[in-house]
Ligand binder design. Structure first.
Ligand code: CDP
Length: 210
């Protein structure tokens, strides 16, 4: 069983995917953390995230130990991630790992849940279930603003909103694997949902389709 969850930044995909994976006993891969890790490797080497050679080299030699690092969660890492993610050779270098995770989930789990931007369209077009989780840009900026504040990062709401709009435009506008709802994905708009409501709505979709 492969479940693909796509959608824009801070729509609530990660929280939802993690809860679904716990509930169903499936393995979970946050594919955004792969792009964030590539971006952080480039930044640590004082490279530019839109430098094709630097970003491709980082993607090909990705250090998986970085995936749990708090460095990945900063606003700077998120913005840089969407720049490395627009480079086709970076995406190509990360495709095999994601597909392998989906078809052979670690721990012999009975299924895999992957969240990202192109899981239902490019990485796992044959996924058993596809969700597209979104929310208004204001609701997403509000959530991201609170997350950054809770982590002690100095954040300004207007700036977070502006960054969110830029990231949406970059993710949806790139030519390679742009963020978009797969034809057969079910849309969940979490703008006015609590995390519990989003979880129930997603579980209904997954079980109904089964
Ligand atoms: O956590 P947040 O929703 O802010 O972003 P993320 O899921 O960690 O992804 C960071 C960036 O990686 C996104 O803005 C995308 O540009 C890129 N990404 C991608 O291109 N494809 C994916 N499957 C996942 C993330």
């Amino acid at each position: 069983m492969i479940i693909a969850i796509d959608g824009p930044a801070a729509a609530g995909k990660g929280t939802l995917a993690r809860r679904l994976a716990d509930h169903l006993g499936y393995a979970y891969l946050d594919t955004g953390s792969l792009y964030r890790a590539v971006a952080v490797m480039v930044l640590h080497r004082n490279g530019a995230p839109d430098n094709v050679e630097a970003a491709t080299e980082a993607a090909r030699t990705l250090d998986l130990d970085l995936l749990g690092s708090p460095d990945l969660r900063t606003g700077e890492a998120g913005a840089a991630a969407s720049k490395v993610a627009a480079i086709p050779s970076v995406r190509a270098a990360l495709t095999g790992f994601q597909r392998q995770f989906a078809t052979h989930p670690p721990g012999n789990a009975g299924g895999a849940i992957l969240d990202g931007r192109d899981i239902g369209t490019v990485i796992c077009p044959d996924a058993d279930r596809k969700l597209f989780v979104t929310a208004s840009v204001e609701a997403r900026a509000e959530r991201r603003f609170k997350e950054l504040q809770e982590r002690g990062e100095a954040a300004i709401y207007a700036r977070v909103l502006q960054d969110m709009r830029e990231r949406d435009a970059r993710d949806a506008g790139r030519s390679d694997a742009p963020m978009k709802q797969a034809d057969n994905a079910i849309l969940i708009d979490t703008s006015s949902m609590t995390p519990d409501e989003a979880f129930t709505a997603a579980l209904d979709v997954i079980e109904d389709a089964g």
